[in-house]
Design a protein around this ligand. Structure first.
Ligand code: ZN
Length: 180
């Protein structure tokens, strides 16, 4: 009998503490600040402005994360004669390449930079062939000049950076080249 009373008392105290914790949690959520990720275009060669444009696209599209030029940078930016690609080492960090093969083929450069930055922000390739999808990449063809993420892509990035949530690490080795 006494044991049951004590048990009930303990349960009561635990419940009271738990409800206090629940009451305080909304305030914590509201104070979460926008996450700033820095990118470094010092090795971007002739594509510096295009990467700035890609960053601006994202800054205008989402509010939980902001891309700013500067160092130390979480995003390293390079250029070579291959295909554009991203090597993601974690959410909000990695290396992206502009590849002159895609540029020479006529792919829209601001769409490429926004797409590769999309990988850094946690989006995978989705080769739908649709120009309205940013992450369809080269599958939308060289006629596609859309550098903007669609509503679902924006929502996913907002979720990825909401409340300090860290998405699982992913690596994107292949990329624009295999999109056809
Ligand atoms: Zn891609």
């Amino acid at each position: 009998m006494l044991q049951n009373k004590i048990r009930r008392l303990v349960v009561g105290v635990v419940t009271a503490v738990a409800s206090l914790l629940v009451v305080t949690s909304p305030a914590t959520a509201e104070t979460s600040a926008v996450r700033v990720i820095k990118y470094d275009t010092s090795q971007a060669q002739e594509f510096k402005a295009a990467w700035d444009e890609g960053a601006k696209v994202w800054n205008a599209s989402v509010k939980n994360v902001r891309l700013e030029p500067g160092t130390p940078a979480q995003i390293r930016i390079l250029a070579d004669n291959g295909w554009p690609r991203a090597q993601v080492s974690g959410l909000g960090r990695g290396t992206v390449w502009m590849g002159r093969t895609a540029v020479n083929d006529g792919h829209h450069v601001p769409r490429i930079t926004a797409h590769e930055l999309g990988h850094i922000l946690g989006l995978p390739d989705r080769r739908t062939g649709l120009c309205v999808d940013l992450m369809s990449g080269a599958s939308a063809g060289t006629g596609c000049k859309n550098p903007l993420p669609n509503a679902a892509e924006k929502a996913q990035v907002e979720r990825n950076f909401a409340g300090g949530f860290v998405a699982p690490t992913s690596t994107d080795g292949s990329d624009w080249a295999l999109a056809g």
